[in-house]
Design a protein around this ligand. Structure first.
Ligand code: FMN
Length: 221
């Protein structure tokens, strides 16, 4: 597969087949993505991969939280408050587009919340990873994390797999960090749901829009 094809094909997938993913393949991809560039070659990513029984144990650990809907205060601001334009409109648009695919109207807040809570089940994915960062790292190293995540997502596409990056885990960082047994200096950045996309799920039909490149690209010729 060409890189361009993987870039075009990748999309956030929110419904998965129950088919298990070969854990050795995932270990190889997570390791391969370590070739991602990072400032000063710091490689500031710390990855916990969950498959098979590990995933089942994590789901068990999350069960009480999912039952009560309890959430932690995020350890980092997921979005600036308030979110200015044009970002606010873009965020709104993708939410509306997703709920339109799911046929959940704006008025049905309960159903929207119920759907959003599927984040904390990895949307049913059979595998996942959590990405942590050392608390001493700053904005520059957080960009390296994003680059790492993108490499993993593209390598997954190459293997016919799908994924959904999830900052939603930031409000479950206590359970995640306890389960992963990470040192206190590590902070959870995001999760990544991994599996084979359910081809029949309406939500997976969502192809998100992008601003015209002219809006954010300046070419000095
Ligand atoms: C770092 C990061 C965190 C994200 N967190 C979530 C999340 O918690 N839940 C979710 O459903 N989507 C999440 N997304 C997916 C975005 O909504 C999605 O990437 C965006 O709408 C563009 O759509 P696409 O990935 O299908 O191209 C996240 C994406 C990124 C890059």
């Amino acid at each position: 597969m060409r890189v361009s094809e993987a870039v075009t094909k990748r999309r956030s997938t929110r419904a998965f087949l129950p088919t298990q993913v070969d854990p050795n393949l995932l270990k190889r991809l997570v390791a391969k993505a370590g070739r991602t560039a990072s400032g000063g070659n710091l490689q500031p990513w710390h990855v916990h991969l969950l498959t098979g029984d590990g995933m089942a144990r994590f789901r068990e650990a999350m069960a009480p939280r999912r039952a009560t809907g309890q959430a932690d205060t995020p350890e980092y601001p997921v979005y600036p408050q308030p979110l200015a334009e044009p970002y606010r409109t873009r965020r709104f648009a993708v939410g509306e587009a997703m709920y339109a695919k799911l046929d959940i109207p704006r008025e049905d807040k309960a159903k929207r919340l119920e759907w959003f809570a599927r984040n904390w089940d990895f949307f049913g994915a059979p595998a996942a990873l959590f990405l942590f960062v050392d608390r001493q790292m700053g904005a520059a190293q957080w960009t390296d994390l994003g680059a790492y995540l993108n490499t993993v997502m593209l390598l997954l596409v190459e293997e016919g797999l799908a994924s959904c990056p999830q900052e939603a885990w930031s409000v479950q960082h206590e359970t995640v960090s306890r389960f992963c047994d990470v040192a206190p200096n590590l902070m959870l950045f995001a999760g990544l749901a991994i599996g084979y996309a359910d081809p029949d799920a309406d939500v997976n039909e969502l192809v998100t829009e992008r601003a015209d490149a002219q809006e954010w690209m300046t070419h000095h010729a």
